[in-house]
Design a protein around this ligand. Structure first.
Ligand code: NAD
Length: 516
């Protein structure tokens, strides 16, 4: 289905001001009293918002991307429902104070870790999965008891409009509101003070957001992009591996933050990979990708032309199309770009310099496994690293000698879906993480609360801190402190205090206190 565009009324400066000021006042009023019941009520409303509007969500995403129901359901609606259901069911457990383990001097102190709301938080979303990438972080923000400003991407116009309509209908306006707009409105929003900013988007805008946040020492989570490499080793199981790789590359027409960006292989594996990719292409799209409901369109003409320029540049520098029909098959009016694999790609060409974010897979041949490691390490840390191999030790060698937000062996895309997986980048691919409980932690402050009892033994122990310290006046103080604060014994070396001796000493002290 061809995509259409909708005119979104952008928020005015006055609307942005009143939204932020209202939610700021609510955050201040609520810090102490946004009850679990209220959080649960909002999470249930968010669940209903998604569940009762599956069709409208699918329609909006289809209009924005020409994306099919199965992909919309799997990647957006279900992802939000799973995250929300988990938060509803675990809310009480997550919010319970957690015990803090105590080393020797703290054995007498009662300690717990509380998770406080941060206050007023801002969530800024990108256009490529415009529903989930705004509402999944919202789940953790609500569970942690914050008030929230949502700024969906202005480029996925149908989804942005729907998000505003549904949030206004289902959620409490004292807790969550939507601001609409592009760079100018986001810049105005960033003038205000937030207690946390959760940004998903490009590294370039991530820098702008981080710089704005720094003005108020506001913390940020930056979920960014980059070039995620796929190392296909000579021993890989090609039929299974390349199906998994090609699916991850071409879902949403390659417009996925952790889509495989390029394929690294050796000359020995090269021809087999190309032959298998051709088979996979025929198997996935028997009537051709253009006719397949499972193959999406790129977002807009800007993206289409950007990708065309990248491929033209690669072809001029010696690359060859080995899967997909070449530029003649591209259709700007339909925003259709066929899944395209290129070989003989010059690592210096533009296609290999910027994140591709489209259904184009460059294949780069390098000498061996060590050359793959060097190739990856010569570039920015990717959001994901994929390794395809049947030899666990060879895969581990790459994993141990490279850095990436997450690693997946013999598959693609999995790190983002698991609710127990802290999903996020490293270096240029981002900072912080989320999913399930990790999202709740991202939006809360871990506040240790310590209570030191007033009775005799703890008082005696802790009074060793007080002056006068002098050896003459109170030699016992120095001895107590030296014993209590001595570093634990170094394992395998005969230095430091024995853990057993320390615990025996405390036990003896407690028994002495109670029995004598
Ligand atoms: P983008 O950075 O252009 O825009 C993201 C958001 O920032 C939008 O809401 C936009 O309105 C706002 N924005 C744009 N320019 C701005 C400016 N100058 N000042 C202030 N705000 C501005 O990103 P995009 O094109 O929407 O999304 C694609 C990027 O997002 C890719 O790099 C992709 O890898 C990344 N991404 C990352 C993840 C992840 O989870 N790590 C997920 C999806 C997308």
């Amino acid at each position: 289905m061809p995509k259409t565009e909708l005119n979104i009324p952008y928020s005015t400066a006055e609307e942005i001001r009143t939204t932020v000021e209202h939610l700021r006042a609510q955050a201040q009023a609520q810090t102490q009293r946004l009850s679990l019941a209220k959080r649960r009520e909002q999470l249930l409303a968010l669940y209903r918002l998604t569940d009762e509007n599956r069709e409208a969500i699918d329609d909006a995403l289809r209009a924005d991307f020409g994306r099919c129901y199965e992909d919309n359901n799997l990647c957006e609606t279900m992802a939000v429902l799973r995250e929300t259901a988990m938060a509803i069911n675990r809310l009480e457990t997550w919010c319970k104070p957690e015990p803090i383990p105590a080393e020797l001097p703290y054995k007498t102190v009662e300690m717990e870790l509380r998770r406080d709301p941060l206050g007023l938080v801002l969530i800024i979303g990108p256009w490529n999965y415009p529903f989930r990438l705004v509402l999944k972080p919202l789940v953790g923000a609500l569970a942690a008891g914050n008030t929230v400003v949502l700024k969906p991407s202005e480029l996925a116009t149908h989804t942005a409009t729907l998000i505003q309509r549904l949030v206004t209908k289902y959620l409490d306006p004292d807790v969550c509101r939507v601001v609409q707009g592009g760079p100018s409105e986001t810049t105005q929003l960033l003038e205000y003070r937030f207690d946390h900013i959760f940004f998903t988007g490009s590294p370039r805008v991530g820098q702008i957001v981080a710089a704005a946040a720094a003005r108020y020492l506001t913390t940020t989570t930056l979920e960014l992009g980059g070039k995620s490499p796929c190392c296909v080793l000579d021993d890989a199981d090609l039929p299974i591996s390349l199906r998994r790789l090609y699916w991850g590359k071409n879902i949403n027409a390659g417009q996925t933050c952790l889509a495989p960006d390029y394929l690294l292989c050796t000359p020995a594996a090269h021809d087999g990979i190309i032959a298998t990719l051709r088979q996979v292409q025929d198997e996935f799209y028997p009537d051709g990708p253009r006719e397949s409901p499972a193959f999406s369109r790129v977002l807009n003409v800007t993206q289409f032309r950007r990708l065309r320029a990248l491929v033209e540049d690669a072809l001029q520098t010696g690359a060859e199309v080995v899967v997909g029909g070449g530029l003649a098959d591209w259709d700007e009016a339909d925003l259709y770009i066929p899944p395209t694999c290129l070989t003989k790609v010059d690592p210096a060409c533009r296609l290999m310099q910027e994140e591709i974010f489209g259904p184009i897979l460059p294949i780069v041949t390098v000498a061996d496994l060590d050359a793959m490691i060097t190739f990856i390490n010569d570039r920015e840390h990717p959001l994901a690293l994929y390794v395809f191999s049947t030899d666990r030790r060879r895969a581990d060698r790459i994993i141990a000698r490279t850095s990436a937000g997450s690693v997946c062996v013999n598959d693609t895309m999995l790190p983002t879906e698991g609710l127990y997986i802290p999903f996020g980048g490293v270096g240029q691919s981002g900072m912080g993480n989320y999913n399930g409980r990790h999202t709740f932690h991202t939006f809360s402050h871990a506040k240790p609360v310590l209570r030191n009892p007033l009775f005799f033994l703890p008082n005696l122990i802790w009074s060793a801190r007080y002056p006068p310290y002098g050896h003459g006046a109170a030699p016992w103080k120095a001895r107590v402190l030296n014993f209590l604060l001595a570093p634990e014994k170094l394992r395998g070396l005969n230095r430091g205090r024995s853990f057993v001796a320390a615990n025996v000493a405390v036990l003896a002290g407690i028994l002495a206190y109670y029995f004598f």
